[in-house]
Write a protein that binds this ligand. Sequence first.
Ligand code: AVI
Length: 303
Amino acid sequence: MLDDVLEGLSGQPKTLPSRLLYDARGSDLFEDITVLPEYYPTRTERAILEEAAPALAEAIGPGAVLVEYGAGASVKTRILLDAMIEPAGYLPIDVSEDMLAKTKPALERDYPGLPVHPVVGNFLVPPPLPDVDPRARRVGFFPGSTIGNLADGEIATFLDGAAEELGEDGLLILGVDLKKSPDILVPAYDDAQGVTAAFNLNLLERLNRELGADFDLAKFRHEARWNEAESRMEMHLVSLAGQTVTIDGRRFDFAEGESIHTENSRKFDLDALDRLLAASPWRRAQSFLDARGLFSVLLLERG
Ligand code: AVI
């Protein structure tokens, strides 16, 4: 973590890895974001999944194993599990062992007879999966448009790894946020209650706590920017003054107005996504969108 932070802050422009946003407090703040009036992705994806669940279940067929990448509390998973025909197992992958340990008994209670085998690991480097039933079809689930937080190289690594893991008859259900007006996007990443600002600034608090950095949080402000050329929302922390920050004996100078780029959240159109998929083992088989075209749930099959 220290090496990544020092490297990111030494670059021009300054950056910090977005995965560092998710310590315990950051994960709680993200949960709060998902229910904000401005943050449309979570509720829109849930509504699409509820409507698409019967069609997805039919395409999947009976007796499949569901593999979730970055499972968290497995909330949306239940929509799929409720619709699937005699699912043969559920394998949630997450970096948080605590979260997995909490979810397993609740799922076992609510889905009697369903084998639930949590896998602790980073889904970008898919960890080996337990072989619940070697003949069962494997269906990956990667909701939330987390794919939009990844760089192109990471997306390619993920899609290749998932294809290898899910097999030739595997399927992948992908949540993808769509390109839309900045009038909707910017408030979704800069909400009136300041929850997203707190989520972003918590990153500096984490560096103070865990790496002994001396960021003065009052001297940075959250900014959400729409980058049209890259079709992405960006989160930045902008320095409100000329200042110097010290981390592990290294000094970093900030000019007034200089930013630390902390996150990209890419917004796709389906053509751009197809181009990305064309270089992967996957093809779009079915697409489900809400009536306003804000978000999509895609069923991918092997190409
Ligand atoms: C987790 N991820 C899909 C969120 C997003 O919308 O890109 C993270 C987030 N950042 C700010 N608000 C939400």
